[in-house]
Write a new protein. Structure first.
Length: 342
């Protein structure tokens, strides 16, 4: 039988982090020319991101499109390498490990992709897609791999006959279940879910989110859920990290972030969530964000949110605010937070 990969010790929740990101920086070159390409600048996708992920928790990462969320997810599973900073899993710097050791560590770090269709090979049957991680890691015999894949398909709610079908024969929700089954094939410690339900209908979203929640308990998983939809993050997350232009601007428990918001940007994200009750929607009118998101190639000096912030003052352009603890428990990078500093 296929051997079980080490499971996370949930007794260590809030004691010792599984995954630690320290001052992670990632940039991409801007090039020009079709034949003789030359670099004309760099886009700052992530600029000094630091946080920890604890065993058994769900950490939500939220922010507008283009803020660096997907880049962060790819770095956490070692699909890309940071320009500087460290990403440590159980104490080991992933990018200092030899290739064989990194390959072993990556069993524990799995990614659920945003698009449930393009992430599945259209030429492969579903049972082979789910069994592929086992084949690549050389775990078990071929019959054992197929048996494990079949069991996972049943666990995510797909019928027996689905094993022999191709991705195009499934609905969007079913394809996301296939992606989840594939992510679970190696018994991972951490699953990074990049916009896991953004491409699905509202009714199907609830089914997938409930499935993820149930599987977290069964498999003792740790989740990092990346989303621009705060309702999804509120449903799943224990803690939330808010990112703006490649920087963490607020980090704290889900309850605190939603009920006692500390950063003006987080407040604006919450106000942008649609509300079906007109009276409640009208009551949200207050301070307003204005302007467009600045270019990531030329971010503003000081606080990056200052060009859109209704509370900005001269110090915001001169001094970059550090993350500091507020009396309500979370940390926020703001000179004039909405909650008193601790």
């Amino acid at each position: 039988m296929i051997a079980e990969v080490n499971e996370p010790d949930v007794s260590r929740v809030a004691k010792e982090p599984l995954l630690v990101l320290s001052d992670v920086v990632k940039t991409y070159a801007i090039t020009r020319g079709s034949v003789l390409r030359r670099q004309i600048g760099r886009i700052q996708a992530l600029s000094g991101v630091s946080f920890e992920v604890y065993a058994g928790e769900t950490l939500g990462i939220v922010g507008e499109s283009g803020c660096g969320k997907t880049t962060l997810g790819r770095l956490m599973v070692a699909l890309e390498r940071p320009d500087s900073g460290t990403i440590r899993f159980r104490g080991d710097d992933l990018f200092q490990l030899p290739r064989v050791a990194l390959r072993e560590r990556r069993r524990h770090l799995q990614l659920m992709f945003q698009d449930p269709y393009s992430s599945l090979d259209p030429r492969m049957r579903v049972i082979d897609i789910v069994a592929e991680p086992l084949r690549l890691q050389r775990i078990g015999s071929r019959p054992e791999q197929r048996h494990r894949a079949q069991a996972l398909l049943e666990e995510v709610g797909l019928p027996l006959r689905s094993a022999g079908l191709y991705p195009h024969e499934f609905s969007g929700g079913q394809r996301q279940r296939i992606g989840l089954a594939r992510a679970l094939a190696l018994n991972p410690t951490i699953v990074i879910a990049d916009e896991p339900v953004s491409a699905l209908d509202v009714s199907v979203r609830a089914q997938v989110l409930n499935l993820m929640s149930r599987l977290q308990q069964v498999h003792r998983l740790t989740y990092v859920v990346i989303s621009h939809d705060l309702s999804v993050v509120r449903y799943l997350a224990d803690r939330i990290a808010v990112i703006y232009m490649g920087k963490v601007v607020e980090l704290g428990s889900s309850e605190t972030i939603f009920e006692r918001t500390g950063h003006p940007y987080t407040e604006e994200l919450l106000k942008a969530v649609p509300v079906p009750i007109p009276a409640v929607a009208r009551a949200r009118v207050g301070r307003a964000v204005f302007g467009e998101v600045p270019s990531a190639a030329e971010p503003p000096s000081g606080c990056r949110f200052r060009t859109r912030c209704p509370l900005a003052q001269s110090i915001c352009a001169e001094v970059e605010p550090p993350l500091r603890k507020l009396q309500t428990g979370q940390v926020a990078a703001c000179h004039f937070p909405l909650q008193a500093a601790g």
